[in-house]
Design a binder for this molecule. Sequence first.
Ligand SMILES: CCCCCCCC/C=C\C=C\CC(=O)SCCNC(=O)CCNC(=O)[C@H](O)C(C)(C)COP(=O)(O)OP(=O)(O)OC[C@H]1O[C@@H](n2cnc3c(N)ncnc32)[C@H](O)[C@@H]1OP(=O)(O)O
Length: 759
Amino acid sequence: MSIHTHTHIYKLASKLHVQSGYTVIFFKYLICKNTIYTFIVPFLISMLILCQPHLLLVSVEIFLQALEDGLKRADADPSVKAVMICGENGKFSAGADIKGFSSPKRRGIALGPIVSLIERSEKPVVAAIEGVALGGGLEVALGCHYRIAHVKARMGLPEVTIGLLPGAEGTQRLPRLVGVPAALDMITTGKVLCLVIPPKGVKICSLPDVDALFCNSIFLPPGQPLGPRRLSLKPVPKLPNMEAFLSEALVKVKKQAHGCLAPELCFQAVKAATEQPFADGVRREQELFNVLLTSGQAQALQYAFFAERAVQKWTTPSGASWKSASPQPIHKAAVIGLGTMGRGIVTSLVKAKIPVVALEQDLEYLNMGRKAVMFLLEREAMKMEQGAQTLDFHNPARLQFTVDFDVLRDVDLVIEAVFENMALKKEIFHKLSRICKPGAFLCTNTSALNINEIASATSRPQQVIGTHFFSPAHVMKLLEIIYGHHTSPTTIATAMQLAKVLKKVGVVVGNCFGFAGNRMMFPYAQQAVFLLEEGSRPEAVDQVIEDFGFRIGPFRMSDLAGLDVGWRSRKGQGLTGPSLPPGTPARQRHGHRYSPLPDLLCENGRFGQKTGKGWYQYEKAGGRTAKPDPWLHSFLSQYRDTHRIKTRFIDQEEILERCLFSLINEGFDILAEGIASGPEHLDVIYINGYGWPKHRGGPMFYASTVGLSRILAKLQKYSEAHPDVPGLQPSAFLKKLVAMGNPPLKEWMSYLSRPNNKL
Ligand SMILES: CCCCCCCC/C=C\C=C\CC(=O)SCCNC(=O)CCNC(=O)[C@H](O)C(C)(C)COP(=O)(O)OP(=O)(O)OC[C@H]1O[C@@H](n2cnc3c(N)ncnc32)[C@H](O)[C@@H]1OP(=O)(O)O
């Protein structure tokens, strides 16, 4: 295991230097409504241990040993009056190297005893925090007697986000410092706190300034006792209603966890701090840490951490990549269409402080759209600390509404977000290509349509790209970025940069129907409906999927999104509606099994939440509380009678496997075709766009944990039972990987001889 010092920014100590004759200021930090305020208090330090980064990656053994030796030396040297621990180049510590947690060598290394040693020091120890102090870094600071924090420092215990808990006594010290509510909030969510507004009178200085201040001899009265500064000796601040507070907090933590273990175990560790003496609490923390370390969820979450960063380094099969392509700056953007998606996209751009022109086809739609966007922005502004003033969305230079295409002449990028209708999209792109300046990028927010065909309507196909947002677009983190045949690397790089500016995760994929995300969703949704035909109910299927950890099951999701969306798309594809050739069998299309159930619901006016009825019934049109609907149950049994389908009991295992394994199976085809350049891409898409539980690492990671041979065997079994369902027929790539002995996920792509993008 090594300490993380990966980039030049996150450096830690590899060597400890002892210098004498310095004076230091000290800041004490308190947490108040998620904000840390700093106060400067003069303090004498006549000995400085300065951590210097001579290596990029420092072995934790070396680091901890050096820290221990330095502390012991400082304690033994009578000329040393105090000790300071800091990072260099303006960064304290991002904590441990996360990769080290999966290494067996990691076990047995303990930061906790070193933190205790720091705390026991007979001489004052100060943590001087600049930049980030995360995880183990902050735990080291908690062991110190004083903490100096730069006003722009960011501090947190993000272990929960990688499936762990702060295991170096952090769960026991933090509540003693900041109280139980603030500590629970930080430890169970992993949120990182920033010093947003410097309190009056606080001088903002960088570490060299701090050094200078040492030399300016600001003295702390000698003989100040250290006992009260040792957090382990302090009691946890009492709450009048601790028990009630804790039981309410547990309910909240469980509700938000969706099956993820770490938040609840973090809670248990903090609770132990409120009930037990420090040493017992530390033992409890260690027990809980070990449960998490071996849970499997920690590995999945750590994989997801790196997968999210890996997808930033995009490549395409033609050799274009992030290394050689530079993004163009976007000073002004436009959004066409102010339906649900367009409204969210405008909101997202305004939040990112990109001036936007919002365009609709006529004044009636424009006014409706304007109202809705303003409503969203007001709500967002209320959530933001500095409020509406920062967003400044009433300023026409920031947000302009128009029906006039000519206003788009000077924008750098347009995002089209109109209905999924190819003819309409082509007409708009043709117009844009005539009106927009030559350098402008033209993006389409389609969720399935062919990017090449849309680009063919323009004179600049190299600047056309798919930017698939997810609803609600100002909330969902995913931006699927789809390059076409002619899309230039600069256009891809610009779309990726846009994702970053919008605080989204951009994932670059190739062009095919449904791209990566929706293409994998089709077989999943299809299986869910087939399960209803065969005997299941929406609530049974949703329950299994939600128990797995999805935020929302397929039927509740379909009711939320609106059944009419898919209906329109199926009509467009000629699968239902007037263009369906007469005599087409009800449950078959192109020789494959088809379920007309969703079409029948739409024909009955059941579009989901918006009509108050869909797969469930709701209290009213627009209602949100789904209740099982007896009408639907009898409709399903009539349907089965009509089509002579024998109702059978379908167990949870079959529901889960048929839905998830068919989705994963499609993922293998997508990889084999070069539509996505690695399994991480599909996992990041599913975690950030489709509510796949992060603690299961995404569908492809999950497949690797289930075992590819098992997935293959199950798909073979189900496809034998349903030979007319192509989605259940095992992918050739999956079969190949099983034949190659089930290699680890990171090696999968090396088994593809030549990625071939089907553009
Ligand atoms: C002087 C102080 C002494 C401190 C002693 C510490 C001793 C530690 C011993 C035990 C501790 C155990 C508990 C832990 O510490 S668990 C780890 C807790 N830390 C985290 O979870 C931090 C995770 N990282 C982040 O939140 C961010 O990366 C951040 C540091 C905020 C920087 O964000 P950003 O600027 O956006 O940059 P990136 O996220 O893209 O990261 C840049 C590259 O660095 C890699 N990285 C970042 N953090 C880690 C890490 N902790 N371990 C390994 N690698 C990390 C990241 O993958 C990027 O890599 P690449 O460029 O290859 O993509």
